[in-house]
Design a protein around this ligand. Structure first.
Ligand code: DON
Length: 565
């Protein structure tokens, strides 16, 4: 029996360096000389590009792209959600803006539990009680106010026109609107601009006059157009209708926050990324530090040796995510220690090359990952060399599914990113502790990881992706693919992804993208393998040595588009 296992392992190992690379996909993305916008929708990328052509900078383009996504990509683009921006100016100045949602003032620690202390399924996910105080409008307007060059009216107009005159919906949106048709009706108890009697088809025109009015209020009155006046009143009355918690005081007190970026290194590259309340940056930097203890370039792209080590690195990093991280306004976090070389050496240098470490030996627990997710990322580099990476979300597809009556936009269900009860997983199978417990006005922990990579003082990449808990590992693998395995940006985006998050003690591989012998070899080391249809939707930019700019949209997993000149 032992000999059989040995023979099986050796055979698997021999085959292990073959992996399926889809040669039907382009090897490089869009190449331009001056500027690039990469987003999940052609109209949003185009709106960003037009802002740049009109003399705007990356920040103007970000505002145009974001608000257009709110119209044409309503499954994740948003006014009623939140997100994070990481940017780098052409003079080297770096920064981040946190426009993450907050728990309403009336939120309580056990609000998603019943009288016996059980977490009520879906209570933090669907309907009015799942909603956190929206941050996106405040965030994008702050970015514009500080760094934009063009008038707000110019950059918001494309979004207003698309909402008012309608746009031909793509296949993805038609499919998602049909999938959630019944839920929209159940949650809203009325038809919304996102529903009609018959099913949606690709090419149907989606007109949303209510959303056009809301965008016009933002254009004309700025922040007050959303957080005060009739839009605010509509949000509050909508919330009340479904026993939600939002009040005018919540809207008045919402404020996005400039934060110092987290900065780390990987093989002579500087990694600029998002600090808490995102867990993304810290976990990414830990995984990159862990990778420096191994020569992953030498062990080769997608060999079982490399994948095994990366899985082990991922599971070790995610254990810290669950234990220590939360909103910095509420919890003390040992960030310096988590990023110190000594700590990470002890954490990552003990990987057994021939055996998986059970997650229970890292920390115990058992949870399942549920698949239901949607967020969106866009990357922009302007003609002057300023870059911005924004990941923004309603959390699940169409957030809480609540549409603000008369105002035409979805509200998030970001409250599910809190820990509803210690040890009970959220929709991404993530568990967290008191550090991420619900408290009034606290920001829920996130995985979003907008990131900029510099080499020798110059921008090399702008990166990010949706994917809930899988965001961080997708960004990590994309960085390694370019630095260790010399891929173009498009190859790194297209490359098959895998994901391990400590708990559950499993590794998720993209279905049909890895050869069976490679998977057998990885399983033979003790990893429990499961499959996911897709991991991530990366929207990235790379600046090549000759100065050309490569825009790499995730064309294999979404209808994403790069637009540049
Ligand atoms: O902030 C977070 O980590 C999650 N709310 C992000 C959700 C997400 O990426 C869903 N997308 N695919």
């Amino acid at each position: 029996m032992k000999i059989q296992i040995l023979l099986f392992s050796i055979t698997a190992w021999l085959y292990a360096s073959c992996t399926t690379i889809d040669t039907t996909q382009p090897e490089t993305g869009l190449l331009t000389k001056n500027a690039m916008v990469v987003s999940a929708h052609s109209l949003a990328s185009e709106a960003g590009k037009q802002a740049l052509l009109a003399g705007g900078n990356a920040f103007d383009a970000a505002v145009a792209t974001h608000f257009t996504l709110a119209v044409v990509y309503p499954q994740a683009g948003n006014l009623g959600g939140g997100g994070f921006a990481v940017y780098r100016l052409n003079d080297g100045e770096i920064g981040t803006l946190d426009f993450r949602e907050k728990a309403p003032l009336a939120a309580t620690k056990n609000m998603y539990q019943d009288s016996t202390g059980q977490v009520v399924p879906n209570k933090s996910l669907v309907g009015h009680l799942a909603v956190g105080v929206p941050g996106s409008v405040d965030g994008l307007l702050k970015i514009h106010e500080k760094y934009g060059l063009l008038p707000l009216a110019t950059i918001l107009q494309p979004a207003i026109d698309l909402a008012k005159n309608g746009h031909a919906i793509n296949k993805t949106l038609a499919k998602e609107l049909n999938r959630f048709k019944t839920t929209f009706l159940q949650v809203n108890q009325r038809q919304t601009p996102y529903s009609k009697e018959e099913n949606w088809n690709q090419g149907d025109t989606l007109i949303n006059q209510d959303l056009a009015k809301t965008l016009t209020a933002i254009r004309d009155y700025g922040r007050s157009g959303f957080y005060k006046g009739w839009v605010a009143a509509s949000i509050i009355s909508e919330s009340k209708k479904g026993h939600g918690l939002l009040t005018q005081a919540d809207l008045n007190r919402y404020e996005s926050k400039w934060r110092k970026p987290l900065v780390g290194t990987y093989k002579n590259h500087k990694i600029i990324t998002m600090p808490p309340p995102s867990a993304g940056g810290i976990t990414l930097l830990q995984m990159l530090q862990g990778s420096e203890f191994y020569d992953l370039e030498k062990s080769g792209y997608n060999t079982s040796e490399t994948i095994h080590k990366m899985i082990e690195i991922e599971r070790r990093a995610y254990a810290d995510r669950s234990t220590y991280l939360g909103d910095p306004a509420f919890v003390e976090m040992p960030l310096d220690r988590l990023l110190s070389t000594a700590y990470n050496q002890s954490k990552f240098s003990n990987i057994d090359p021939s055996l998986a470490t059970p997650s229970s030996q890292i920390k115990e627990g058992q949870v399942e990952v549920i698949e239901s997710m949607e967020t969106t990322h866009f990357s922009i580099l302007d003609q002057a060399g300023n870059a911005i990476a924004i990941t923004t979300t309603l959390n699940s597809y169409f957030g809480s599914k609540v549409v603000v009556q008369g105002a035409g936009f979805f509200l998030n269900n970001e409250m599910d990113d809190f820990s509803a009860k210690p040890g009970v997983p959220n929709q991404f199978g993530l568990i967290s502790t008191a550090a991420n417990a619900i408290e009034p006005e606290k920001r829920m922990l996130s995985s979003m990881t907008p990131t900029i990579v510099e080499k020798e003082g110059k921008i090399k990449m702008v990166l990010g992706t949706p994917g809930g808990s899988t965001i961080i590992t997708s960004v990590y693998q994309t960085i390694l693919n370019t630095i260790d395995h010399q891929m173009t940006m498009q190859q790194a985006v297209n490359a098959p992804k895998f994901h391990s998050q400590w708990l559950p003690d499993k590794v998720y591989f993209e279905q049909g993208k890895f050869d069976q012998p490679l998977l057998d070899s990885i399983a033979s080391l003790g990893h429990q393998i499961e499959f996911r249809k897709a991991l991530g939707k990366l929207e990235c930019i790379m600046v090549h040595k000759d100065g050309s700019i490569e825009g790499a949209p995730d064309i294999t997993r979404n209808e994403s588009v790069a637009a540049g000149f």
